[in-house]
Design a protein around this ligand. Sequence first.
Ligand SMILES: C[S@@+](CC[C@H](N)C(=O)[O-])C[C@H]1O[C@@H](n2cnc3c(N)ncnc32)[C@H](O)[C@@H]1O
Length: 279
Amino acid sequence: MTNLDQEPGSAPALAPEILGYYAQGQEDGRLRAGAGRLELLRTQDVLRRLLPPAPARLLDVGGGSGIHAEWLTAAGYQVELVDPVPLHVEQAGRLAGVRARLGDARALDAADDSFDVVLLLGPLYHLTDPADRARALAEARRVLSAGGLLVAATINRFAGLHDTLNQGRWFDPERRPYIEAVTRDGRLRSENPRSGFTTAYFHQPAEIVREFTAAGLTLLGQYGVEGAGWLMGAVGDWLDDPTRRESLLDALRLAESDPALLGVSGHLLTAGRKSEAAR
Ligand SMILES: C[S@@+](CC[C@H](N)C(=O)[O-])C[C@H]1O[C@@H](n2cnc3c(N)ncnc32)[C@H](O)[C@@H]1O
């Protein structure tokens, strides 16, 4: 079965290697310790500036085990979470106030115009077919109310190259051709056991803007999540120190939306709005 094959009326199937990867259960701890905290802190920093005041209705599509649903619920948002991985739904469903259910970004089971905010922090980089990404964006727009906010995460095209350099693995002759291929066309080939990740698509910053526009979303802005910070070896230590942590966040805010630097970041957030007049 391919990603697009489906029974009439049912949700599309997720690629089995993606399901298998997340079934290993590593996602819940990914952003809670070490340098991974930079992605969490910076995503929070950007979202807090973009979101409407609580309480607002928020759909967290591909919300994983609820890392963002947890703090957003605590902040007073009415959060529903959808994810295709049963373990993630089970973990998120245990969080107080979070309503979690199985689902796929390409076929949301929510009514038209029913959310003030949709987060797509994961699905777009696991959908390698542009038609699938267009479906996910069309679904997000459909369930948003007029004037509603969409924030989507993508992985930047050069993330694999930068990460590999940072780890000193570029000098490994077996790894290099694989990274060259990902950097050329953006497709991370999950069949390669050395990838450390699963099937994914790595966007250019301008490419996701075109996808938003094609889906009828008005661009609000783009934000490098980690900026260049993820390439600095001391970043985990800086995050341990509350004073340095805040100072680091100040520094990353300075350069977060500079067009020349967007692609340096590992992840990128793109924000858009469904127009007030839209149906
Ligand atoms: C790296 S995790 C990110 C989790 C969380 N949103 C975050 O920002 O940390 C990617 C998530 O996207 C989910 N995902 C992958 N394909 C999806 C799809 N087609 N529809 C919805 N979610 C999907 C995965 O199950 C996983 O939970």
